[in-house]
Design a protein around this ligand. Structure first.
Ligand code: FMN
Length: 303
C-alpha cells in the first residue's frame, strides 16, 4: 500500500470526514492518506443504497484514499468490493472491526467481529477474492473486554497490507485514555508474524509533534488522527498560528464546497461542527462563532 518512512492518516469519522472536509484539508494541510467514513455493506447491497452511497464520494485530489466498509455479511462484502473495484477504484479498502457504537455492535459488525473469528476469516477471504491488487487493511481496537493480543495475532496472520489499532477496548468507548504501551507491544507481534504489514497507531493524538513522538517511541509505521482534527484542522500543516482572516476564509471555502456538493442532501446544521473547528483560537472567537452559528450558508458566504 504505502512505501513507509512514516505516514499520517486522517481517521474515518462518520458525519465528519466527508469529501468536503477532506478537500478543504487538501488545501490547508493534509495527511498522507485519507479514509472515507465507514459504509455499511448490507445497506449498500439493499434498496437503501442511496442512503449510504454518498460516503463513497471523493475527488481525485483526495487520493490516496482508503474506503472503509463495515457489516457482517460475507456475500455483501463480496458484492460491494466488486463494485468498488470496477467503479470507484480506491487506493485501499479497509474493514472496520473496532466500532464501539451500540447500534453497530447489535448488528454483529464493527467491534463485535472481535468475538467472531470464523466470520472474520470468511469476510477477509471473500474480500480477497474480489479485491484484485487493491491493498486490504483492517482497523480495530486492542480487544473487546480486555487487551487481547491473540486477536491482534489472528488479524496479523492474514498478512494484511495495513493494520490500524485504536488503543482502547470495545467495551470502553472513549472512557479511558488510550493505551499506547499496548499498541507498542503489538509492533513486536507484527514484526514476528507479518513484518510487511504496516502498523498504524490511533488514539488521543492532538498534535503533529505528539504523533511523531509516538511513532518514534513505539516503532510504528504511522499515526492516525481522529477528533484532533476538529480541535485543529491545521494539525497536518506546519502552521502554528493561523490568523482570524485565514480561518474565516477557509470556513467560506468549506461552505461554498458544501453548497456545491451536498446543498440538497445534507442540512446546513450538520456543518456547525466545522464552524466550531475553524473559528477558534483568537480573541473574540467565541463571540464570532456564536454569530456564525446562527447564520445560513448564504449569509456566511456574504459575511
Ligand atoms: C464522531 C466519530 C465518528 C467515527 N466514525 C468512525 C468510522 O466511521 N470508522 C472508524 O473506523 N472509526 C470511526 N471513529 C473512530 C475514529 O476513527 C478513531 O478511531 C477514534 O476517534 C480514536 O481516535 P482519536 O482519539 O484520535 O479521536 C469515529 C469516531 C468519532 C468520534
Amino acid at each position: 500500500m504505502v512505501e513507509c518512512v512514516m505516514k499520517t492518516f486522517l481517521a474515518p469519522m462518520e458525519d465528519i470526514t466527508d469529501t468536503v472536509f477532506r478537500q478543504v484539508l487538501c488545501d490547508i494541510g493534509r495527511p498522507d492518506i485519507f479514509f472515507t467514513e465507514f459504509m455499511n455493506v448490507d445497506g449498500f447491497c439493499s434498496e437503501g443504497r442511496d442512503a449510504v452511497i454518498h460516503r463513497l464520494k471523493f475527488v481525485d485530489k483526495e487520493r490516496p484514499i482508503i474506503i472503509q466498509l463495515w457489516g457482517n455479511t460475507p456475500e455483501n462484502y463480496a458484492e460491494t468490493v466488486k463494485y468498488l473495484v470496477e467503479n470507484v477504484k480506491p487506493d485501499g479498502i479497509d474493514i472496520n472491526m473496532g466500532c464501539s457504537v451500540k447500534d453497530v455492535l447489535k448488528t454483529g459488525g464493527g467491534g463485535a467481529l472481535i468475538k467472531q473469528k470464523d466470520l472474520v476469516k470468511e469476510i477477509i477471504e471473500v474480500v480477497r477474492g474480489n479485491i484484485g491488487d487493491i491493498p486490504l487493511s483492517v482497523k480495530t481496537r486492542l480487544g473487546y473486554n480486555s487487551v487481547d493480543y491473540d486477536w491482534i495475532e489472528y488479524l496479523l496472520s492474514f498478512n494484511l497490507a495495513m493494520l490500524t489499532i485504536h488503543g482502547r477496548l470495545v467495551k470502553e468507548g472513549y472512557n479511558v485514555s488510550c493505551r499506547w504501551d499496548d499498541i507498542g507491544k503489538c509492533v513486536d507481534i507484527k514484526n514476528s508474524i507479518s513484518p510487511t504489514t504496516l502498523l498504524i497507531g490511533n488514539g488521543d493524538i492532538f498534535s503533529k509533534e505528539q504523533g511523531e513522538e509516538y511513532v518514534g517511541k513505539y516503532n510504528l509505521d504511522g499515526y492516525m488522527v481522529g477528533r484532533g482534527i476538529l480541535q485543529n484542522p491545521w494539525i497536518f500543516s506546519d502552521k502554528n498560528n493561523v490568523s482570524k482572516e485565514e480561518r474565516i476564509s477557509v470556513l467560506k471555502k468549506h461552505v461554498k464546497l458544501y453548497l456545491d456538493t451536498w446543498g440538497g442532501e445534507k442540512h446546513f446544521y450538520t456543518q456547525r461542527k466545522y464552524i466550531k473547528a475553524y473559528i477558534n483560537g483568537f480573541d473574540g472567537a467565541v463571540k464570532l462563532r456564536n454569530e456564525l452559528m446562527l447564520m445560513g450558508a448564504e449569509d456566511i458566504l456574504a459575511f
